[in-house]
Ligand binder design. Structure first.
Ligand code: SF4
Length: 654
C-alpha cells in the first residue's frame, strides 16, 4: 500500500541558469528532514572549501519530517548552508508557516545552487500545487521585509506564506537572517532563521523571496490514522497539563532568573548581571497587553506552546513580534539599553532589514565598548540600523557583518564570539555545559545547538549534559518540533512510527550530527578527533544507564524548570521504547553511562577549543568579569586548561 511520503519530491533551483527542476525524493531518506536532511545534502553536494557567498555554496530549505502533519508544534523549517560567519556548516531554524506549507505540497526540500551572472537582478520562487517557477523580482529589490511580504501577498490567497530576505541579505551581510511569515492573519515576516548569516547566502543567490501557496492541500496523512490521532491527543494533553507554564509567558519572562544566574550580560559582557534589568523584564511586556493590546500567540499553525508575543506601541498599534529573551539581552542589556520599548523598536528594525538580533546586538555592544558610541544610546543604535546598515555605509556594513567584523576594524580587545559568531545571552562562564556546546558544536556560539541552564554543573557531568541536549536539539531540528515543546530524546521521535506504521523507523536514519561533523571535517575545521559522534558510539556500546531517567543530585536542579532534569520521565511512568537510533546519530543513543570514562579523553581534546575561546580568561574563578583581560577570539590566555576550567564552580551569589 502506498504511504505518505512515497511520492515526495525536491525542488532544485539553479540560479546560474535560472532553471527549476523537480526531482523524486530519495526513498532511502524518508526519515531525514530539516537539519538532518540539509546536513546530508551539504555533505554530498557542497564543496566545503567553497566561498560561502560564491556560486558553489548550496542553500537548503528543508521542513522537518513531522512538519505538515497534525503533530503539535512540529512545523518548523531549517535553512542549511556553509556559513559566511563561522566558515563551517550551519543550520538556522524558524517557525512560521512556510515549512508546513512546503511539505504539505510534498516538497521535502528546496535546494538552491549557483549564482546569477548579473548580481543586480532579483528573483522570486513561486511554489503551488500546480506550478513551481522562478520569476523576475526586480521590483522587490531593496525592499524591507514587511513591505516586501505585503506586496507579495497583495494578489495571493490567504493560504499563502513566504520566505524572504531584507536589504541585509541582499547586501550579503554576515549577520543577515531569512524571514518566514507567521501564522497570524496579517502574515508578518517576524520569524527569523537568524544565525550564521544564512540570509547572506540567500542574498548571494539573488533570491529575494520564496512564495508558497498550499491551496486546499490537506495535512499529511499518517498510515495509522487512529493510532496517530490518539497518541497526538494524549501527548498534547500531557504537555498542557505539565510543562505548559514554563513557556506560556514567552522567553522574555526569564530575564530576572537569567540576571540572578549571572547570565544576563551587561555592557559587552563585562558584567554578568545588569543592575537595571527591571526595565527589560518580560513581565512588563505581558502587562502591556492589557492596556495596549498585543498577546501571546503561536507563531505557526498547530503550536500548542504559544510562546511568541505580539507587542504593541503606546497607541495600540502593532510594533513587533516576537520580543525574545535573546533580543532583550543582546540589543538591550549588552548595549546598556534598558527600556524594553527601545528594544522592541530595534527588534522591528532588525526584522525589517533581515538581521539576526543576537549578532547585531553583539556587534553594537562591541562598537559601544570600543568608544564608537555612548553606552545606552538607544536612538543612536536605531540610527545605526535605519540609516547606516540600511544604506550600506562602511560603518553599517561593518556592524551588519557581525561582532568580529566591527571589533576587528576597531581593533578592540574584547570581542565575545566563538567560531566567528557572536555569543548568545546564555553565558558560558556561569553555564559551563553550555560553554562546552559553544566549543564542541559545529554551530559555534549558538544556544539552540544545546543549552544547559544549570550553573551547578561542571566537570565531566557538564560534557555529558551538553552532549545530551545537543542530541535532543538535533532531533528537534530534524523532525520539525520546536525545542520549546520541552522534548526528551524519545518524545519527538515517538510520533514517527505511528505516522509510518513502522516499529523502529529511525534505525535506518543516517546520523545528522555525524554529517554535520563530516562536513566540517572535510573543511578541516573540526578540531576534535575523533568527532563527538564517534565517541558517542563507543560510549553507547557500553550499555549504561539512561540519562533521562537517572536521578538528579542537586536540589537546585530538582526545583528548576529550566534544568535538563525537567526532561526526566516521571518515576511511575512506563519506560519508553528505547530510541534505537535517531536522526541525531547512529549506534543507539539511548544509553549513556553516567560517568563515561572516555569523556576524559573528549575533555582533553576540547582543550584546544577552549584555549581559542574568548572566555578562556574565566579561569580566575570569578563571576565578576574583568574588563581588562583580553577576550578576543583566538587569543586565549593560555593559562588554564580545560580540566581546570570546567571543573571550577562559578562563585555566584544567587
Ligand atoms: S513554541 Fe514558540 S517559537 Fe516554538 S513554534 Fe510555538 S510559538 Fe513558535
Amino acid at each position: 500500500m502506498s504511504q505518505a511520503w512515497d511520492n515526495d519530491k525536491i525542488i532544485r533551483v539553479d540560479m546560474t541558469a535560472q532553471t527549476v527542476s523537480i526531482e523524486d525524493y530519495w526513498q532511502d531518506r524518508k526519515l531525514l528532514g530539516g537539519r538532518a536532511l540539509s546536513a546530508k545534502i551539504l555533505l554530498e553536494q557542497c564543496d566545503p572549501t567553497c566561498d560561502p557567498l560564491g556560486p558553489d555554496n548550496v542553500l537548503v530549505l528543508a521542513p522537518g519530517t513531522m512538519s505538515g502533519t497534525s503533530a503539535p508544534t512540529s512545523g518548523r523549517i531549517s535553512m542549511g548552508c556553509k556559513s559566511p560567519l563561522t566558515g563551517g556548516i550551519k543550520e538556522a531554524n524558524a517557525g512560521g508557516n512556510p515549512g508546513q506549507d512546503l511539505i504539505k505540497l510534498g516538497y521535502r526540500a528546496v535546494i538552491v545552487t549557483g549564482q546569477p551572472a548579473d548580481m543586480e537582478k532579483r528573483w522570486g520562487l513561486k511554489i503551488s500545487a500546480d506550478t513551481v517557477e522562478l520569476v523576475a523580482a526586480d521590483e522587490y529589490k531593496g525592499m524591507w521585509n514587511y513591505a516586501c511580504c505585503e506586496k507579495l501577498f497583495a494578489d495571493q490567497p490567504k493560504s499563502a506564506s513566504a520566505i524572504s530576505i531584507g536589504p541585509a541579505g541582499e547586501m550579503m551581510l554576515k549577520g543577515a537572517s531569512i524571514a518566514c511569515t507567521d501564522s497570524d492573519r496579517a502574515r508578518r515576516p517576524a520569524r527569523q532563521a537568524a544565525r550564521g548569516g544564512v540570509g547572506a547566502v540567500m542574498g548571494s543567490k539573488c533570491l529575494k523571496w520564496v512564495l508558497i501557496d498550499p491551496g486546499k492541500t490537506s495535512l499529511r496523512r499518517p498510515a495509522d490514522r487512529k493510532g496517530f490521532a490518539r497518541y497526538m491527543k494524549q501527548f498534547s494533553k500531557d504537555y498542557l497539563g505539565s510543562r505548559h507554564n514554563n513557556f506560556k509567558y514567552g522567553t522574555s519572562a526569564v530575564v530576572p532568573t537569567a540576571n540572578m544566574l549571572h547570565t544576563f550580560p551587561w555592557k559587552n559582557r563585562t558584567e554578568g548581571r545588569n543592575p537595571h534589568f527591571e526595565g527589560l523584564d518580560g513581565a512588563k511586556i505581558n502587562a502591556s497587553f492589557e492596556t495596549r493590546g498585543g498577546e501571546m500567540h503561536n507563531c505557526m499553525t498547530g503550536c500548542i506552546v504559544k510562546c511568541s508575543n505580539i507587542v504593541h506601541d503606546k497607541d495600540g498599534n502593532y510594533k513587533t513580534s516576537a520580543l525574545e529573551f535573546e533580543t532583550l539581552t543582546l540589543l538591550g542589556s549588552c548595549c546598556d539599553i534598558n527600556n524594553w520599548e527601545d528594544v522592541a523598536d530595534l527588534d522591528r528594525l532588525c526584522d525589517e532589514l533581515g538581521l539576526d538580533t543576537i549578532e547585531t546586538g553583539a556587534a553594537i555592544a562591541v562598537y559601544m565598548d570600543s568608544g564608537g558610541m555612548a553606552w545606552g544610546d538607544a536612538e543612536g543604535a536605531k540610527k545605526l540600523l535605519s540609516e547606516e546598515i540600511a544604506n550600506g555605509t562602511e560603518l553599517g556594513r561593518n556592524i551588519g557583518n557581525g561582532a568580529l567584523s566591527i571589533g576587528t576594524v576597531r581593533k578592540h580587545h574584547r570581542i565575545p564570539v566563538a567560531k566567528g559568531q557572536g555569543m548568545p545571552a546564555w553565558d558560558p562562564r556561569p553555564l559551563k555545559a553550555t560553554g562546552i556546546t559553544y566549543a564542541s558544536s559545529a554551530m559555534g556560539a549558538d544556544h539552540t545547538a544545546g543549552l544547559v541552564i544549570d550553573p551547578q554543573i561542571s566537570g565531566e557531568a557538564a560534557a555529558v549534559a551538553s552532549q545530551e541536549i545537543q542530541i535532543i536539539n538535533a532531533i528537534c531540528d530534524s523532525t520539525g518540533f520546536c525545542m520549546f515543546l520541552g522534548p526528551s530524546i524519545t518524545k519527538p521521535d515517538s510520533f514517527t512510527p505511528r505516522f509510518l506504521a513502522r516499529r523502529s523507523p529511525a534505525s535506518r536514519s543516517p546520523p545528522s550530527v555525524g554529517n554535520v561533523w563530516s562536513t566540517n571535517g572535510r573543511l578541516t575545521i573540526a578540531l576534535a578527533s575523533p568527532p563527538l559522534t564517534t565517541i558517542w558510539r563507543h560510549v553507547c556500546a557500553r550499555k549504561g544507564s539512561d540519562p533521562i531517567t537517572r536521578s538528579c543530585s542537586t536540589s537546585q536542579a530538582k526545583s528548576s524548570p529550566w534544568s535538563r532534569c525537567a526532561n526526566r520521565r516521571p518515576r511511575n511512568s512506563t519506560p519508553s521504547r528505547p530510541l534505537a537510533n535517531s536522526v541525531a546519530g547512529a549506534g543507539g543513543l539511548h544509553c549513556f553511562p553516567v560517568r563515561p570514562p572516555r569523556y576524559l579523553g573528549l575533555i582533553l581534546r576540547l582543550e584546544a577549543w577552549y584555549q581559542s575561546l574568548y572566555f578562556s580568561h574565566a579561569c580566575q574563578n570569578s563571576a565578576k568579569y574583568s574588563p581588562t583581560v583580553p577576550t578576543r577570539v583566538f587569543s586565549g590566555c593560555g593559562r588554564c586548561t580545560i580540566r581546570r576550567l570546567i571543573s571550577q564552580r562559578p562563585s555566584i551569589n544567587t
